[in-house]
Design a protein around this ligand. Structure first.
Ligand code: PEP
Length: 254
């Protein structure tokens, strides 16, 4: 049984102080919610303080990135063990902004996912097509490549624990959400491939969440789709009120 998984991706927003204030406000608002996995992904600088503020609550913490090596001369990078030690249990890998702006390829995504698992972090692996790819009717081919290459060498057991985020690039930060039917179709395709390549248990257990302009207004329709198990939320996760609404509304529909 997959309970809804709602993660807020704060990107390069919120100082340590702002992150802690957010959690102080969110805690009472979600204290009775036990049937949704709630995760916040602050910038690296706020991971430790946020994990402290969220201690003894159901709020989990994710980093937004990591390096795949254990240590070394990689100025500006953060290792999986460092991320874990700072208090994160999850890490976002392969976000389209990292693919587009920082040259992250499927091979890099794969190294990061494997390194994260090795450090006992759960990767939230982002995949999704651009607008041009959708218009050329390549969506499924792009998803297939990103799954095959991005999840290469993962075992069925590791895939079962994974979170896959389907984030059509054209819907991120644009206010343009995929329709529930478009999301449902893509999620069903992803689940089918996971079943084919990793087996039934992995496919049934793995969370496949949707990202791209998710708001309190559209979460119900999205999560009502059979294979949509939650959401990765950017803009609407920056305000306690809208994030809480998304968490609350994700329950009723399931
Ligand atoms: C994201 O950053 O992963 C995202 C989905 O952003 P937004 O909700 O703002 O579209």
């Amino acid at each position: 049984m997959r309970i809804p998984f709602i993660a807020g991706n704060w990107k390069m927003y919120k100082t340590v102080h702002e992150a802690v204030e957010f959690v102080k406000e969110l805690r009472p608002a979600v204290k009775d919610i036990t049937d949704v996995e709630i995760v916040l992904a602050p910038a690296f600088t706020a991971v430790h303080a946020l994990a402290d503020a969220a201690r003894n609550t159901k709020i989990g913490v994710a980093a937004q990135n990591l390096h795949w090596e254990r240590e070394g001369a990689f100025t500006g990078e953060v290792s999986p063990a460092m991320v874990r030690e700072a208090g994160a249990e999850y890490v976002i890998v392969g976000h389209s902004e990292r693919r587009r702006l920082f040259g992250e390829t499927d091979a890099i995504v794969n190294r990061k996912a494997l390194a994260a698992i090795d450090a006992r972090l759960t990767p939230i692996v982002c995949i999704g097509e651009t607008l041009e790819e959708r218009e050329r009717e390549e969506t499924f081919a792009v998803l297939d490549r990103q799954i095959k290459d991005g999840l290469d060498r993962l075992t069925a057991e590791q895939t079962a624990e994974l979170v896959v985020a389907y984030e059509p690039v054209w819907a991120i930060g644009t206010g343009r959400t995929a329709t529930a039917a478009q999301a449902g179709e893509a999620h069903a395709h992803i689940r089918k491939r996971l079943r084919q390549w990793f087996g039934g248990d992995a496919a049934d257990h793995c969370h496949i969440i949707y990202g791209g302009s998710v708001k309190p207004d559209n979460i119900r329709d999205l999560i009502a789709e059979a294979d949509v198990d939650g959401a990765l939320v950017g803009g609407a996760s920056l305000e306690v009120r809208s994030f809480t609404e998304i968490v609350t509304r994700s329950r009723a529909a399931v």
